[in-house]
Ligand binder design. Structure first.
Ligand SMILES: [Zn+2]
Ligand SMILES: [Zn+2]
Ligand SMILES: [Zn+2]
Length: 155
C-alpha cells in the first residue's frame, strides 16, 4: 500500500531508545519485547496484530499474543505505533513514521485507501463547527463501496 508522499512526515523513530522508554513506562525489558521491537523496526506501513505475532513467532516461537498486544498498547501510548480498524473491525497497526491519515474500506472488493489529512479536513472542520467534535483522523475508518464495485451493483 503506497503513500502519496503528501503527508507531513513525523520524526523518525529511534528504536534504540525504546528500551529506556518501556522501562520508564513500568515494563520490563524481556526477550519477547525485544523481539517485537526488532520486528517493528523492520516493518513499514500497515500490519495487523496477527501478522506481527506471526513475524515475532518466526523469530521467537514462544511469543505470547497477550504480551504482544500489551506491549503495542504501551508503544501506542508512547506515540511509536498507532492503530486503526479494517472493514471487519480488526486492529491494524501503523508503525511510525507515517503521515496522519484515515482509511476507506471497500466492502465489495476489500480494497483499502488512505485518506490524507488534507482530504479529510472538510469532514473534520464540519464536525468541529456543528458539534464541536474533534475527529481523530488516524482512527477514522469509513466503509462503503468503491467506484468499481458500486458500478457493478448498479448494473
Ligand atoms: Zn480503535
Ligand atoms: Zn471495491
Ligand atoms: Zn493507514
Amino acid at each position: 500500500m503506497g503513500s502519496s508522499g503528501s503527508y507531513v512526515p513525523t520524526r523518525p523513530v529511534d528504536w534504540s531508545e525504546i528500551r529506556a522508554q518501556l522501562r520508564a513506562s513500568g515494563l520490563r525489558w524481556t526477550p519477547q519485547r525485544r523481539t517485537l521491537i526488532e520486528v517493528l523496526s523492520r516493518t513499514d506501513g500497515h500490519v495487523t496484530g496477527a501478522e506481527l505475532i506471526e513475524r515475532c513467532r518466526s523469530v521467537d516461537p514462544t511469543t505470547i499474543p497477550s504480551t504482544v498486544y500489551r506491549t503495542l498498547d504501551v508503544l501506542e501510548g508512547l506515540g511509536l505505533v498507532r492503530h486503526s480498524h479494517g472493514a471487519n473491525g480488526r486492529e491494524e497497526f501503523h508503525v511510525l513514521p507515517s503521515g496522519v491519515h484515515g482509511h476507506l474500506h471497500c466492502t465489495g472488493c476489500g480494497s483499502t485507501w488512505e485518506i490524507p489529512a488534507d482530504e479529510a479536513a472538510e469532514v473534520v472542520e464540519s464536525l468541529r463547527a456543528s458539534r464541536r467534535f474533534a475527529v481523530d483522523v488516524t482512527h477514522l475508518s469509513i466503509s462503503g463501496q468503491c467506484a468499481g464495485c458500486s458500478e457493478k451493483t448498479a448494473h
